[in-house]
Unconditional design. Sequence first.
Length: 413
Amino acid sequence: MTRSSFAFAHARRLAVLLAVPLFGCANELPSQTESQEDLLSTDNGLGTSNGLGTSNGLGTSNGLSVTNGLGTSNGLSVTNGLGTSNGLSVTNGLMTFSSGRNFVKYMAKCALDAGTSLIKTATDSTTGVTQTYVFPGAVGVAPNWLNSSCDAGCQERVTACLLALSNSSGRHVAVELVSSAPSLSMVGAGGDDVTYPNQEGAVFGNMFVTPPYMFTCTGTESTKAEQVKRFCIDGTSCDLFAKAGSCATACKQNCVNGPGGKPVCSAMSCKDPSGHVWTNPITVYLHNKMEAGNNDGMSGLTTVGLTDSTGVGVMGIDSGDWVQMNDVQFGTQAGVIKSGIVTAAIASAGNTVDVRLDSLTGPLLGSIPLAVSTGGNSVGTISSAGITGRHTVFFKFRGGLNVQGTVSYFELK
């Protein structure tokens, strides 16, 4: 197994904090606003969002490295509660620098229940500013860690949650977490196959021991990850995980039919390449639709947090503006893409989105008339004859100038 040293990267903050806040992509905030963030929908599994930005993986020189796990040399001790000074120090380690506090934010989010917060007052080692930070819980895989020790099972559950929320791009991407492991009943095995139809993969291990163990297996639709800007579980642009092969072979899975009738399969236990069995895996499912704000290029537009709290859109649309999406998956069979869908709130009529392949002047796959809507779907016919594999797709707006509204998602299906 190959291990590399890792470094934190800041996950960017959206400019707009919404009434129903975004879950995921923000750095830590002062206590007066931190507690307003990160609401979690728990219908049909844990609909959550990643956003833990990692440039080379999860860790710092004060935390995770090739020789030391997170339980060493970073002010963190698994033998004491996070809420105690001996469990998470406020004078050295993670609490004394911004990206370290960002990691604590996600650690508390994973470990603690919704309604419970980790509260720490610390001095930043760079700025010298002392303030109180409030880190809300959400998933609740290790709620007792707030006041007591975190044993091996606790460490594995928190590890799986943190790895599931890792993304080397640092971008906000909506994901759904499910698990059939008995110890992770708070996550649940019932998923939403309509909203999150694509199995990205599963994660498991223990990053708190020395050396750390972090594994992934690839799901049945892991190829969809790049088009929604998720990187790590499928191994793309990320050396965070050791690969255990496909989840179908590495894991014992349990499948539960979702509301759309498609089986949602999640791991009960998984075997790493050495043969060791891990009993606290979490499986990640993805949207098929692409968040408009998570684009690879755009012209004339600005990004905005969406009022449904699950993504990043674009606004300020004028005729001629465009959005570029790389790595859009057309599959292995030509012609399977039949429709293009734009989810948008549009106030004026007579506007259209042209869908072009590989360049702004490339083949026109189809045009999608934008209906006047407060946030519904507009659908157009897409011709994908002869097209397979990954491609760059351009969505170009035309029609009346100064279109009032927000585009939330693009989808080809």
